[in-house]
Design a protein. Structure first.
Length: 338
């Protein structure tokens, strides 16, 4: 019996030589470990977990039994081909890149545990950067003017009156570089803001940024937008845990959707609604970053701007600098001799 058992184990090992002999070294073990670490951390991590757990061709279904030390570049490439084979239309390259990023996250945990020495090289995907739809200086000026007119007239959008506070909110978005999301602009509370001087600015505690929590600072003009809102009459103080923008909506998704409808109404009134360009509240942030790059006349530190805006220098170069025409100041900055 012992000899038969040894033969069976030997045969099984040869037939599945890449499968883990111990559960603790399997891809499934580390995938579930990653899921536990990321659970509820953000909507992006929840999306990672969905790709890991997908029933038909998720990463765990495909790689789960494999020993993490046996997974190589060729196997990952075969997996990406497998994904295309299960669909009438090939996956977008950006989606495939997402799969390989999650693979790296899982295998990185094995490296941390000392089970895996080095991460395998992931197949590179050809991605095409989509342009960031933004305002021109002239369009942004028009947007502000029309927004103020809409507030003065008391325009209504689905029963919601356009107010001065909405106009201030859109302008605050520009001068704070915040994303108009639940974790950034619409997650900001009074207790997250401090008014600072030398030079004048607001210090923002951004708790739910796309790239994680960060402390961000605003341009000087953002200060009156906030202080006028916070204390229009002497002695008024808002609770620290109250939302700054559109606090009448406890459900922040409702606040975001309402703000988007007001934004679209202003675009339409200004004649800026363009189906091809598709300006959105996010366009305010894109305009803010490009305007800062232009107005600094080539002197802004890209690392500082990227960190403050919760992005990366790579993102600035790919989506903001790439399409910008070189100004006289940028050319002089390039040619400066120390």
């Amino acid at each position: 019996m012992d000899a038969a058992g040894e033969f069976a184990d030997s045969y099984h090992s040869q037939a599945n030589s890449d499968h883990a002999r111990k559960k603790s070294t399997s891809f499934e073990h580390y995938a579930k470990k990653l899921m536990d670490l990321q659970k509820g951390a953000s909507k992006w991590s929840d999306g990672d977990n969905m790709l890991l757990m997908r029933a038909n061709d998720g990463l765990i279904v495909y790689f789960g039994k494999y020993d993490v030390t046996k997974i190589n570049t060729g196997m990952v490439r075969d997996y990406l081909i497998h994904l295309d084979g299960n669909r009438p239309k090939r996956l977008a390259e950006s989606t495939k890149a997402k799969h390989t990023i999650i693979m790296r996250k899982v295998l990185a945990l094995a490296v941390e545990d000392g089970v895996l020495n080095v991460l395998p090289v992931m197949p590179k995907q050809k991605t095409v950067d989509t342009p960031r739809h933004t305002f021109t200086d002239k369009e942004y000026k028009l947007f502000k003017e029309v927004a103020q007119r809409c507030a003065n007239r008391g325009d209504k959008v689905r029963g919601v009156r356009v107010k001065r506070e909405h106009v201030m909110m859109f302008m605050f978005c520009v001068h704070s570089f915040l994303r108009p999301t639940e974790g950034e602009l619409f997650g900001l509370k009074h207790g997250d803001i401090q008014v600072k001087g030398d030079p004048t600015h607001l210090e923002l505690n951004v708790r739910g940024g796309k790239t994680g929590a960060r402390v961000s600072v605003t341009m000087p003009i953002a200060v009156p937008f906030y202080t006028d809102l916070k204390d229009p009459f002497k002695g008024i103080r808002y609770p620290a845990d109250e939302y700054v923008w559109m606090p009448e909506y406890p459900n922040r998704r409702t606040a975001i959707n309402t703000a988007r409808r007001i934004f679209n109404h202003i675009l339409k009134e200004a004649g800026l609604a363009d189906g091809d360009r598709k300006l959105s509240p996010y366009s305010l942030r894109h305009y803010a970053i490009q305007a800062r790059l232009r107005e600094s006349k080539g002197k802004v530190n890209l690392h500082t701007l990227a960190k403050n805006a919760g992005t990366s220098v790579d993102q600035l170069e790919r989506f903001y600098l790439k399409k910008m025409a070189p100004s006289k100041e940028l050319i002089e900055n390039l040619q400066i001799v120390g």
